[in-house]
Design a protein around this ligand. Structure first.
Ligand SMILES: C[S@@+](CC[C@H](N)C(=O)[O-])C[C@H]1O[C@@H](n2cnc3c(N)ncnc32)[C@H](O)[C@@H]1O
Length: 347
């Protein structure tokens, strides 16, 4: 059986698993022992069904679809105090030996870069060519499961997010021939491959900041050096004003707020707002609380996210910015798995 890896703390980061855990599960009261036993029983049945279906070679897509749905329902019914106890129980079940063959599940669970949600994990579900080898190395069953997980609604929404970012960049660059762009927690900056303005060289500078040096090298190798300026830096460094960044027509954070408790998210927004020029824009995205893959992600992928809705996004904005400085729009992507906040700086 695969043992759960030890989580390496990212000491450059203002984001720690402890903070995220607190935001996800809070200080939950003790769970009711009777209820806990009942939910443990339900979990055992769900996992046994999936396990026996894998043993009988039922189509992997069907197995995983049902499993993910059942875990989602169980998570909702159990509530945070009990769900928190169920997560490690699920992770130790023998069905894990099948699920871990999926390169997406495996990368997420094993965390080769030492933290959750690294840019290679995103390449895997972006179906990016750089992940082809990782996918090809998987077993046939693993590839079958991957065909499902990489096309689950949350993965589709992630790819749409990348495309939406490129559209925002292109729109700003069309209005302004010397546009300055900032990506906070840029990962591999895959949206740059979709940007027509970048392909034409119609952007003055695109600063890409991330704490992970491997991601910074990837960004450097894959983008024009005269425009894209990678910086190895962290949210903590940003908050401490450690980098001389200048100001931007568009700044955005994608795949970052999902790890930030509200208070930290608001702090970061205040800081990013200082980097936005009058008339400029800040955008942040967050996986929504309507996703159905949450139970699977938190158990077999060991990838907990802080899920948000429109009101939660508004709460961050209200905590950070005075009304009279902003024009805001909150919207969902096409399958409502990701929610976006677009903030225009009026003054
Ligand atoms: C889920 S990926 C998102 C990558 C990219 N923005 C995208 O949407 O594809 C999260 C990224 O956040 C970066 N990250 C996590 N914590 C960070 C921190 N405290 N400061 C800077 N970057 C951070 C990670 O290194 C990783 O590249």
């Amino acid at each position: 059986m695969v043992s759960k890896p030890r989580f390496k703390l990212d000491d450059q980061s203002a984001i720690t698993p402890d903070l995220a855990n607190k935001a996800l599960f809070g200080d939950q009261p003790d769970s009711d022992p009777g209820q806990l036993t009942a939910f443990k029983g339900q979990l055992a049945i769900i996992l046994e069904i999936a396990h026996s279906e894998f043993v009988r070679s039922v189509a992997a897509g069907k197995v995983i679809e049902r499993l993910a749905y059942n875990l989602h329902q169980l998570r909702n019914q159990a509530g945070p105090a009990i769900w928190k106890i169920l997560i490690p129980i699920a992770q130790q079940h023998p069905v894990q030996e099948y699920l871990i063959q999926d390169p997406f599940t495996q990368w997420s669970f094993e965390k080769p870069r030492g933290y959750s949600g690294d840019a290679t994990l995103l390449d895997i579900y972006y179906q990016h060519k750089s992940a082809d080898e990782i996918v090809a190395a998987a077993t046939p069953l693993g590839q079958e499961i991957y065909a499902y997980t990489s096309n689950a609604a949350s993965s589709v929404a992630g790819r749409e997010r990348r495309d939406i970012l490129a559209l925002y960049v292109d729109r700003v660059a069309t209005r302004n021939s010397s546009a300055e762009i900032l990506s906070v927690a840029c990962g591999h900056l895959r949206e740059s491959e979709k940007s027509e303005a970048l392909a034409r060289g119609d952007i003055k500078r695109w600063v890409a900041l991330d704490q992970d040096p491997q991601s910074i090298v990837t960004v450097m190798e894959n983008n024009p050096a005269d425009i894209v300026k990678p910086i190895q830096g962290s949210v903590r460094g940003l908050l401490r004003r450690s980098y001389n960044l200048g100001t931007f027509d568009l700044a955005y954070a994608s795949g970052l707020y999902d790890y930030l408790p509200t208070k930290m998210g608001a702090k970061l927004l205040v800081r990013c707002w200082e980097l936005v020029k009058p008339g400029g824009m800040f955008m942040f995205a967050n996986f929504s609380d309507e996703i159905q893959t949450d139970g699977y992600m938190e158990t077999f992928m060991d990838w907990p996210l802080i899920l948000r809705n429109e009101a939660d996004m508004q709460e961050i904005i209200d905590a950070a910015l005075p009304d009279n400085e902003i024009k805001s729009r909150i919207f969902y992507g096409s399958n409502r798995n990701i929610v976006y906040a677009e903030l225009t700086r009026l003054t």
